[in-house]
Write a protein that binds this ligand. Structure first.
Ligand SMILES: [Zn+2]
Length: 314
């Protein structure tokens, strides 16, 4: 595995320490890192991501960057010259530097890296052992089923990333998730309401649906992170723990409460059978949770023959 430094912020000596830290810690995590080609530590995270995606002719360009959320780590994949599936973890340089700061920050930085490495493990399993290419691309499937599976897959990925990395999770990491979800629950409902009112004027259903998908996905991904933390911690400490009670409390009086409970149930069902899944079809029950999130917010896609009809009731 290569560690590449694309940063001027880390002196040579610290680079050595980072390399030896990775050498002695990454393979102890119990993850399948067969496809991990390397870790790139970046000063200009977004530029480096775009450069890689352009070089490997990726359809999706960029990483999450809004006024509220900005990615600081991401896993990208490609197929190498000998047709093997490879993955590279991109990390903002301050995460690698954080490994050598005070204990809480060091532990939290390691947890970020652990989370990304679980993505590597999970993507490898799915790509090479679970999903068929045809099903993953939705060839021959109804468009609504396909969209729901794509969303369910993204939600699942965030679940397993926190679930399997929970041995390194820190209290400050959990509390920042909790702050984030508290803001999101309110923000997403408000944004979707606004978009629906604007839709009554512009009547562009594709625009509305794409915004609703994006908003709900973020909400469900962070919720799935939290379910991952809860399930991970309870597998270590047994039974319903204090963290779970605190997190449940955040959802109990919101529109998300039913979805939250369903999410916990379906993600647990998925991990029980993982990686012995029936292709992408295993995600269909989780897809129903995604659909119910859209419905709760007032946007109801349904099948209409081969097409999809999106109902936005008054
Ligand atoms: Zn993630």
């Amino acid at each position: 595995m290569d560690i590449i430094f694309k940063t001027n912020n880390i002196p040579a000596q610290q680079q050595e320490s980072i390399i030896s830290f990775f050498d002695s810690n990454l393979y102890k995590l119990g993850l399948d890192l067969t496809s991990l080609e390397g870790i790139t530590i970046c000063e200009n995270f977004f530029e480096d991501i775009i450069e890689f995606q352009t070089k490997h002719k990726k359809r999706e360009i960029g990483a999450t960057k809004t006024s509220n959320e900005a990615a600081i780590a991401k896993v990208l994949d490609y197929i190498d010259k000998s047709d093997s599936y490879k993955q590279v973890v991109f990390l903002s340089d301050f995460i690698a530097q954080g490994l050598f700061l005070e204990e809480e920050i060091a532990q939290r930085s390691f947890h970020f890296i652990n989370h990304e490495l679980v993505h590597v493990h999970d993507e490898y399993n799915k790509k090479c052992k679970i999903y068929s290419e045809k099903a993953r691309q939705g060839i021959g499937d109804h468009v609504l089923d396909h969209i729901l599976r794509v969303h369910a897959d993204a939600v699942w990925s965030e679940y397993i990333a926190e679930r399997l990395s929970s041995p390194t999770v820190t209290a400050s990491h959990i509390s920042s998730f909790m702050d984030h979800i508290t803001q999101l629950i309110e923000r997403v409902e408000e944004n979707v309401k606004n978009e629906i009112s604007q839709y009554r004027f512009h009547a562009d259903i594709d625009k509305l649906f794409s915004i609703v998908q994006e908003e709900c996905l973020l909400l469900l991904k962070i919720s799935a992170n939290l379910v991952g933390v809860i399930h991970g911690l309870s597998s270590i400490s047994d039974g319903k723990n204090k963290v779970e009670a605190q997190i449940d409390e955040l959802f109990v009086n919101t529109y998300l409460f039913q979805i939250w409970n369903k999410l916990k149930e379906e993600l647990n069902n998925l991990i029980e059978t993982y990686p012995n899944w029936n292709d992408v079809y295993q995600l269909d029950r989780l897809g129903k949770v995604v659909l119910s999130c859209w419905s709760f917010l007032g946007v109801l896609p349904e099948k209409s023959g081969e097409q999809m009809y999106i109902n936005v009731p008054l």
